[in-house]
Design a protein around this ligand. Structure first.
Ligand SMILES: [Zn+2]
Length: 120
């Protein structure tokens, strides 16, 4: 896990979502600063490999975007429906789509998604 915030507090509050993907269990953590989501951390159950590197990188890019004022809902929409290379059918949702589902759950639990994204 890599902190992106330059002045990241020692402690951030967040929620971790467990998702089943064709690449194994995926854990998506959304941390907030003063009620705004500012950090996303992703961990695939199977460590190592390209899939793990991709979801970790995705989390870093999402964090940078959130910390530069991009609303979480805008980011979430970009991830919906992305097919995973291990996905064998349309019912089994891929890793990136599962990140979208976790972000959606976070948006819904924090009141609809108008907020999100720290002030740059
Ligand atoms: Zn995958």
């Amino acid at each position: 896990m890599v902190a992106i915030l330059d002045d990241r507090p020692e402690v951030l509050e967040g929620t971790t979502y467990k998702r089943h993907t064709p690449c194994g269990n995926l854990y998506v953590t959304v941390n907030s600063t003063e009620g705004n989501p500012t950090e996303v951390l992703c961990q695939l159950g199977k460590s190592g490999g390209c899939a793990s590197a991709w979801v970790t990188t995705m989390a870093r890019v999402l964090s940078v975007a959130l910390q530069n004022g991009v609303p979480i809902k805008k980011l979430q929409k970009q991830l919906v429906g992305v097919t995973c290379f291990n996905q064998v059918n349309t019912e089994e949702l891929g890793c990136i789509h599962q990140i979208a589902k976790a972000l959606e759950e976070n948006i819904n639990s924090s009141g609809g998604g108008d907020g999100g994204g720290a002030s740059p």
